[in-house]
Design a protein around this ligand. Structure first.
Ligand code: ARG
Length: 263
């Protein structure tokens, strides 16, 4: 995952450098912005957000997030599942702390990765896991294909995860959350050039940076009005001015997800 992020970072940087407006953004003193927790959020619990799942390895070390959308189905990012098998992954629900031992641990009986997925910056960054053990937690609703108004620029979205609280920082032991505004497609295109694929991705963040998802938050939810509308996917660094977080545009994949949820 961290390796993948570096590859994507290089690609995003190259694309941004090629973009006409990028020079000013790259020279902006973004490193000076004080990084705070997800980056820039507050602690919360899986009691408050019971559908937020830890995706872990077989030793229950968390490496991505996911969202419970039915008792046995979890939506996450395709890039989280690269190199994983049904025996290498676990899903942990009801566990607020990474070092906790409580909650429900489930094995995974099936991993569906979008069949066209290649890399996060090309899109299709969506996967659905089928759990061997049903989770006794409230599920999240997710957008339908016609709900595209959730992506109106300026709409407040909520992000959640156990990821690093600064770029290259360490993970948060406790689940964190923050809110960020949805960014227009044209603005995100200015940031990321052709790596931003508007019908597959949506961006969220403040133009001044400071609040964002970061490494380890991938696969976790972006909620609009409490409904799952995006999946944490990629970004150039974390919380940098001019570089919002990029999320899977779930309306595009909603029917495919439903087919998996019902399968
Ligand atoms: N790719 C990262 C992960 O695997 C998520 C990065 C999100 N980056 C951002 N700036 N919003 O955890």
């Amino acid at each position: 995952m961290f390796g993948l992020t570096r590859v994507k970072k290089a690609a995003a940087l190259a694309a941004a450098a090629a973009a006409a407006a990028a020079t000013a953004l790259l020279s902006a003193p973004s490193a000076a912005a004080a990084p705070q927790p997800i980056v820039g959020g507050t602690t919360t619990t899986t009691t408050a957000y019971p559908f937020v799942m830890q995706i872990t390895d077989a030793s229950q070390n968390q490496f991505c997030g996911g969202t419970l959308v039915s008792p046995t189905k979890v939506v996450t990012a395709a890039h989280c599942m690269v190199g994983e098998t049904t025996s290498s992954v676990r899903v942990v629900g009801g566990r607020t702390y990474l070092n906790g031992t409580n909650g429900t641990v489930s094995r995974v009986s099936r991993i569906w990765i979008h069949p066209s997925y290649t890399t996060a910056t090309r899109g299709e960054d969506v996967a659905v896991l089928t759990l061997s053990t049903a989770m006794p937690y409230a599920t999240a609703k997710y957008v339908s294909s016609t709900d595209t108004s959730v992506y109106a620029a300026g709409t407040t979205a909520r992000i959640l995860g156990w990821g690093t609280t600064s770029s290259n920082g360490s993970s948060s032991n406790q689940l964190r959350t923050a809110t960020v505004p949805i960014v227009s497609d044209s603005s995100c295109r200015t940031s990321y050039g052709s790596d931003f694929v508007a019908n597959e991705m949506v961006c969220a963040g403040y133009s001044s940076g400071g609040v964002d998802t970061c490494q380890g938050d991938s696969g976790g939810p972006l909620l609009v009005g409490g409904v799952l509308a995006g999946i944490t996917s990629w970004g150039e660094g974390c919380a940098q001015a001019g570089y919002p977080g990029v999320y899977t545009r779930l309306t595009t994949f909603s029917s495919l997800v439903t087919a998996q949820v019902n399968s």
